[in-house]
Design a protein around this ligand. Structure first.
Ligand code: KIV
Length: 291
């Protein structure tokens, strides 16, 4: 198993603190949240970290006001809001557009944006330009990148440039066409070892946290204990340092089926359908508008 660096060595590289945290000291009294990656990283071992996705201004405000530690403009926008079957068709322009909308919603927590399909694969310059756009045009505080040891060197260079990066291992939805569908990871020893190698490479590259998607619970738990940076689980059991879910899944707004690990906390699509039906009925029956 590869060796780990001490936190001091990692801290020496580049401070991933958001510049906004130095100017706009806006705290949520409930948890004294600050919009910085060091705030999220330092929660490890103190209490569970909680995050949700957001894709537009009102959702960003709702999610932030609920008290999350950070929000993610996920490329899940493709399947939840844009009508695509996978995240693969989500473009960089779309991610910049949605990230900017989320920023305009004025959430007072850290905003991360997903790097979309293909942007990490062509050249470092293209990767850097994509991250620059997400941060400068979209207003993201940092990016999330799918992949492990293969992207670790580029991630290290991004971080040296001042771009905070959250890693993402296990199920990588952007590879769904190549892997032939969504499934659980680390089911055998070899795959578990690959995930260990990937996560350690990302920690050594300087990621401030890593998303663990659909990783077998025992493996996710063991690796969480091993890493010094927080792990944010989705479908990976209760042993991670935090949990993230897709907000439309939590609210019952996602079209179609949601993954089995999701616990819906509301059924807003049903409520919205009923409300809209009442409006249509009122207009047809002359109850709205009233003269
Ligand atoms: O795109 C997304 O929403 C994600 C998850 C980790 C929630 O990557």
């Amino acid at each position: 198993m590869p060796s780990k660096k001490s936190p001091a060595q990692k801290g020496d590289k580049v401070s991933q603190d958001s510049p906004r945290s130095r100017t706009a000291k806006k705290h949520t009294p409930r948890n004294e949240r600050t919009p910085s990656v060091t705030y999220v990283r330092d929660l490890k071992g103190k209490r569970p970290i909680v995050a949700l996705t957001a894709y537009d201004a009102p959702m960003a405000k709702l999610v932030s006001d609920a008290g999350v530690d950070f929000l993610l403009v996920g490329d899940s926008v493709g399947t939840t809001m844009l009508g695509f079957g996978t995240t693969i068709r989500v473009t960089l322009d779309a991610m910049v557009h949605h990230t900017a909308a989320v920023r305009r919603g004025n959430p007072d927590c850290l905003i991360l944006a997903d790097l979309p399909f293909g942007e990490a694969s062509l050249s470092f310059d293209r990767l850097l330009e994509a991250c620059r756009r997400l941060m400068q045009e979209g207003g993201a505080d940092g990016v999330k990148i799918e992949g492990g040891k293969d992207v670790a060197d580029d991630i290290e260079r991004l971080i040296a440039t001042g771009i905070p990066v959250m890693g993402h291992v296990g199920l990588l939805p952007q590879t769904v066409k190549a892997i032939g569908g969504y499934r659980k990871f680390a089911n055998d020893k070899e795959e578990a070892q690959d995930i260990f190698t990937d996560a350690i490479a990302l920690e050594e590259a300087g990621c401030f946290a890593i998303v663990f998607e659909m990783i077998r619970e025992e493996v996710a738990t063991e690796l969480t204990r091993h890493l010094e940076i927080p792990t944010i689980g989705i479908g990976s059991g209760s042993g991670c340092d935090g949990q993230i879910l897709v907000t439309t899944d939590v609210l019952g707004l996602t079209p179609g089926d949601v993954p089995s690990f999701v616990k819906p906390y509301a059924q807003l699509a049903g409520e919205a359908g009923k409300a809209l039906g009442r409006f249509v009925g009122d207009v047809r029956e002359g109850r709205y508008p009233k003269s």
